[in-house]
Design a protein. Structure first.
Length: 214
Protein backbone atom coordinates (compact mmCIF):
# COMPACT_ATOMS: atom_id res chain seq x y z
CA UNK A 1 0.00 0.00 0.00
CA UNK A 2 2.83 2.39 0.83
CA UNK A 3 4.47 1.76 -2.54
CA UNK A 4 1.19 2.38 -4.38
CA UNK A 5 0.46 5.59 -2.47
CA UNK A 6 4.00 6.81 -3.03
CA UNK A 7 3.72 6.10 -6.75
CA UNK A 8 0.41 7.98 -6.99
CA UNK A 9 1.89 10.92 -5.08
CA UNK A 10 4.95 11.08 -7.34
CA UNK A 11 2.78 10.80 -10.46
CA UNK A 12 0.56 13.63 -9.22
CA UNK A 13 3.62 15.76 -8.44
CA UNK A 14 4.99 15.18 -11.94
CA UNK A 15 1.66 16.16 -13.51
CA UNK A 16 1.44 19.34 -11.43
CA UNK A 17 5.06 20.24 -12.19
CA UNK A 18 4.47 19.69 -15.91
CA UNK A 19 1.34 21.85 -15.91
CA UNK A 20 3.10 24.63 -14.03
CA UNK A 21 6.09 24.54 -16.37
CA UNK A 22 3.80 24.66 -19.40
CA UNK A 23 1.82 27.57 -17.96
CA UNK A 24 5.04 29.42 -17.18
CA UNK A 25 6.28 28.97 -20.76
CA UNK A 26 2.98 30.17 -22.19
CA UNK A 27 3.07 33.19 -19.90
CA UNK A 28 6.48 34.19 -21.28
CA UNK A 29 5.54 33.50 -24.89
CA UNK A 30 7.75 30.41 -25.28
CA UNK A 31 6.66 27.85 -27.88
CA UNK A 32 5.24 24.64 -26.39
CA UNK A 33 4.03 21.36 -27.86
CA UNK A 34 0.34 20.96 -28.77
CA UNK A 35 -2.04 20.52 -25.85
CA UNK A 36 -3.21 17.07 -26.98
CA UNK A 37 0.36 15.78 -27.25
CA UNK A 38 1.28 17.23 -23.85
CA UNK A 39 -1.74 15.68 -22.13
CA UNK A 40 -1.18 12.31 -23.81
CA UNK A 41 2.51 12.23 -22.89
CA UNK A 42 1.82 13.25 -19.30
CA UNK A 43 -0.96 10.68 -18.96
CA UNK A 44 1.25 7.89 -20.32
CA UNK A 45 4.12 8.71 -17.95
CA UNK A 46 1.77 8.95 -14.96
CA UNK A 47 0.04 5.67 -15.87
CA UNK A 48 3.36 3.85 -16.28
CA UNK A 49 4.58 5.15 -12.93
CA UNK A 50 1.39 4.12 -11.15
CA UNK A 51 1.45 0.70 -12.85
CA UNK A 52 5.07 0.17 -11.80
CA UNK A 53 4.12 1.14 -8.24
CA UNK A 54 1.24 -1.34 -8.38
CA UNK A 55 3.61 -4.12 -9.45
CA UNK A 56 5.92 -3.31 -6.56
CA UNK A 57 3.00 -3.21 -4.13
CA UNK A 58 1.63 -6.54 -5.37
CA UNK A 59 5.07 -8.17 -5.02
CA UNK A 60 6.74 -7.13 -1.79
CA UNK A 61 6.55 -3.38 -1.92
CA UNK A 62 9.40 -0.91 -1.62
CA UNK A 63 12.06 -1.55 1.02
CA UNK A 64 11.73 0.79 3.99
CA UNK A 65 15.35 1.87 3.52
CA UNK A 66 14.61 2.98 -0.04
CA UNK A 67 11.60 5.01 1.09
CA UNK A 68 13.59 6.74 3.83
CA UNK A 69 16.45 7.46 1.43
CA UNK A 70 14.11 8.87 -1.24
CA UNK A 71 12.43 11.18 1.26
CA UNK A 72 15.78 12.43 2.58
CA UNK A 73 17.11 13.01 -0.95
CA UNK A 74 14.06 15.07 -1.91
CA UNK A 75 14.12 17.01 1.37
CA UNK A 76 17.79 17.94 1.34
CA UNK A 77 17.87 18.62 -2.39
CA UNK A 78 15.08 21.14 -1.80
CA UNK A 79 16.85 22.65 1.22
CA UNK A 80 20.20 23.06 -0.52
CA UNK A 81 18.85 24.42 -3.80
CA UNK A 82 15.64 26.26 -2.91
CA UNK A 83 16.05 27.75 0.56
CA UNK A 84 18.03 30.61 2.08
CA UNK A 85 19.79 28.40 4.59
CA UNK A 86 21.02 26.14 1.78
CA UNK A 87 22.53 29.07 -0.12
CA UNK A 88 24.12 30.33 3.09
CA UNK A 89 25.71 26.93 3.70
CA UNK A 90 27.21 26.97 0.20
CA UNK A 91 28.46 30.52 0.77
CA UNK A 92 30.02 29.59 4.09
CA UNK A 93 31.65 26.53 2.55
CA UNK A 94 33.12 28.57 -0.28
CA UNK A 95 34.53 31.39 1.87
CA UNK A 96 33.65 31.53 5.55
CA UNK A 97 35.20 34.96 6.16
CA UNK A 98 33.38 36.53 3.21
CA UNK A 99 30.12 34.92 4.32
CA UNK A 100 30.56 36.33 7.82
CA UNK A 101 31.31 39.79 6.47
CA UNK A 102 28.16 39.63 4.33
CA UNK A 103 26.02 39.18 7.44
CA UNK A 104 25.72 35.40 7.71
CA UNK A 105 25.97 34.11 11.27
CA UNK A 106 28.54 31.45 10.48
CA UNK A 107 28.91 30.12 14.04
CA UNK A 108 25.19 29.46 14.39
CA UNK A 109 25.01 27.99 10.88
CA UNK A 110 27.94 25.66 11.60
CA UNK A 111 26.22 24.53 14.79
CA UNK A 112 22.99 23.76 12.93
CA UNK A 113 24.92 21.91 10.22
CA UNK A 114 26.68 19.68 12.76
CA UNK A 115 23.41 19.05 14.62
CA UNK A 116 21.83 18.02 11.32
CA UNK A 117 24.70 15.64 10.59
CA UNK A 118 24.36 14.15 14.06
CA UNK A 119 20.66 13.49 13.51
CA UNK A 120 21.35 11.91 10.11
CA UNK A 121 24.11 9.75 11.60
CA UNK A 122 21.72 8.57 14.32
CA UNK A 123 19.06 7.79 11.71
CA UNK A 124 21.61 5.85 9.65
CA UNK A 125 22.57 3.91 12.77
CA UNK A 126 18.94 3.00 13.45
CA UNK A 127 18.41 1.84 9.87
CA UNK A 128 21.64 -0.17 9.87
CA UNK A 129 20.82 -1.78 13.22
CA UNK A 130 17.35 -2.67 11.93
CA UNK A 131 18.86 -4.34 8.86
CA UNK A 132 21.32 -6.33 10.99
CA UNK A 133 18.58 -7.09 13.53
CA UNK A 134 21.09 -6.31 16.24
CA UNK A 135 22.97 -3.35 17.71
CA UNK A 136 26.73 -3.37 18.15
CA UNK A 137 29.29 -0.57 18.62
CA UNK A 138 31.33 -2.00 15.74
CA UNK A 139 28.50 -1.61 13.21
CA UNK A 140 29.45 0.77 10.44
CA UNK A 141 33.14 0.67 11.27
CA UNK A 142 35.13 2.05 8.34
CA UNK A 143 32.14 3.63 6.60
CA UNK A 144 33.74 7.06 6.99
CA UNK A 145 36.09 6.45 4.07
CA UNK A 146 33.21 5.28 1.88
CA UNK A 147 31.16 8.38 2.70
CA UNK A 148 33.99 10.83 2.03
CA UNK A 149 34.90 9.07 -1.21
CA UNK A 150 31.24 9.11 -2.32
CA UNK A 151 31.06 12.87 -1.75
CA UNK A 152 34.21 13.60 -3.75
CA UNK A 153 33.23 11.21 -6.54
CA UNK A 154 29.86 12.97 -6.66
CA UNK A 155 31.44 16.36 -7.27
CA UNK A 156 32.15 17.83 -3.83
CA UNK A 157 35.20 20.06 -3.63
CA UNK A 158 38.04 19.91 -1.14
CA UNK A 159 37.87 23.70 -0.84
CA UNK A 160 34.14 23.65 -0.04
CA UNK A 161 31.13 25.44 -1.46
CA UNK A 162 30.56 22.96 -4.30
CA UNK A 163 28.46 19.82 -4.55
CA UNK A 164 24.94 18.52 -5.05
CA UNK A 165 22.82 16.02 -3.18
CA UNK A 166 22.27 13.89 -6.29
CA UNK A 167 26.02 13.92 -6.92
CA UNK A 168 26.60 12.41 -3.48
CA UNK A 169 23.92 9.80 -4.18
CA UNK A 170 25.60 8.84 -7.45
CA UNK A 171 28.95 8.66 -5.65
CA UNK A 172 27.38 6.37 -3.03
CA UNK A 173 26.09 4.08 -5.78
CA UNK A 174 29.57 3.97 -7.32
CA UNK A 175 31.12 3.06 -3.97
CA UNK A 176 28.45 0.42 -3.38
CA UNK A 177 29.09 -1.20 -6.75
CA UNK A 178 32.84 -1.10 -6.12
CA UNK A 179 32.46 -2.68 -2.66
CA UNK A 180 30.24 -5.45 -4.00
CA UNK A 181 32.62 -6.07 -6.89
CA UNK A 182 35.64 -6.36 -4.63
CA UNK A 183 33.75 -8.71 -2.30
CA UNK A 184 32.72 -10.93 -5.23
CA UNK A 185 36.33 -11.01 -6.45
CA UNK A 186 37.44 -12.12 -3.00
CA UNK A 187 39.73 -9.15 -2.34
CA UNK A 188 40.82 -8.91 1.29
CA UNK A 189 39.47 -6.21 3.62
CA UNK A 190 42.88 -4.55 3.98
CA UNK A 191 43.37 -4.33 0.23
CA UNK A 192 39.82 -3.03 -0.17
CA UNK A 193 40.65 -0.14 2.16
CA UNK A 194 43.79 0.59 0.15
CA UNK A 195 41.85 0.60 -3.13
CA UNK A 196 39.18 2.90 -1.71
CA UNK A 197 41.87 5.20 -0.39
CA UNK A 198 43.46 5.37 -3.84
CA UNK A 199 40.06 6.17 -5.38
CA UNK A 200 39.51 8.95 -2.83
CA UNK A 201 42.98 10.34 -3.45
CA UNK A 202 42.41 10.30 -7.21
CA UNK A 203 39.09 12.15 -6.81
CA UNK A 204 40.73 14.83 -4.64
CA UNK A 205 43.63 15.22 -7.09
CA UNK A 206 41.20 15.66 -9.99
CA UNK A 207 39.33 18.31 -8.00
CA UNK A 208 42.51 20.19 -7.12
CA UNK A 209 43.72 19.99 -10.74
CA UNK A 210 40.44 21.38 -12.04
CA UNK A 211 40.55 24.20 -9.49
CA UNK A 212 44.09 25.17 -10.47
CA UNK A 213 43.24 24.92 -14.17
CA UNK A 214 40.24 27.22 -13.71
Amino acid sequence: LTSLLLGVAVAAALVVAGLRARANRLRHGVHVEPTAFFLARTAVFAALLIYFSYLLASYKGLPNVLIVMALLIVLFDFITSRTTIGRRIYAMGGNEKAAKLSGIKTERLSFYAFVNMGVLAALAGLVFAARLNTATPKAGLGFELDVIAACFIGGASASGGVGKVMGAVIGAFVMGVMNNGMSILGIGIDYQQVIKGVVLLAAVLVDVYNKNKA
